[in-house]
Design a protein around this ligand. Sequence first.
Ligand code: PEP
Ligand code: MN
Length: 243
Amino acid sequence: MIIAGPCSIDKHFIPTCLKVAELGATHLRAGLFKPRSGASRWAGMGNEGERSLELGLEMMKEVKARTGLKIVAEALSEEQIEILYDYVDVFQIGTRNQTASELLRAFGRQDKPIILKRGMATTLEEFIQYISYITYEGNNDVVLCERGIRTFETATRNTFDISAIPYLKQNTTCKVIGDPSHGTGVRDLVIPVSLACLAAGADGIMVEVHEQPDLALTDGPQSLYVEQFAELMKKVKAYGQIN
Ligand code: PEP
Ligand code: MN
């Protein structure tokens, strides 16, 4: 799984997705609803009113039709699961909701794969326990995602826990991927940490890419330029088969 695309849907979403698709992405990121650190911050086209929400959904439909790739999107509530249902192939549970057990149960009632991102303050043992809130409802298609945890370090946005990848592979039956974009928060660290994920046995990676990161509405500083994604894909392909 190579999940790539902008952090959030904006007017650069379609061109960026077409480029990453051509370069070998298997899934596209579609951030329609964004979790933010405060209620006054822009929270995605899905939270900008009905017209904007519909436009965002149309854009998701268009990139899927034009690339044939699977669409990954985060839902932060049951209502958002319903809105997104017809447009997504894989649901994402973000780090801020990883311990929201009732929401996890709602994802467990869906018949689509779920990417469960590790909570930023969740131990690996706790993370493994939480998977059951999804699987007990009948959905066993859960992909675990290491995306960095909170530590005293400030040079990076989070501390990417590379050991989580082999640990989760050895102690669960889930596929495991890494997200070095949120894990580091630093564009130039994304390629080396992505390669480290694959070397550690990850089944894939999730990376943020934007055709003009300086104009991205969220997470520009950690978004790869398209040329960097091309370089990453060249290196990833050297690892052989991507699941
Ligand atoms: C994201 O993938 O856009 C995101 C918000 O990630 P996380 O939940 O890991 O912060
Ligand atoms: Mn982001």
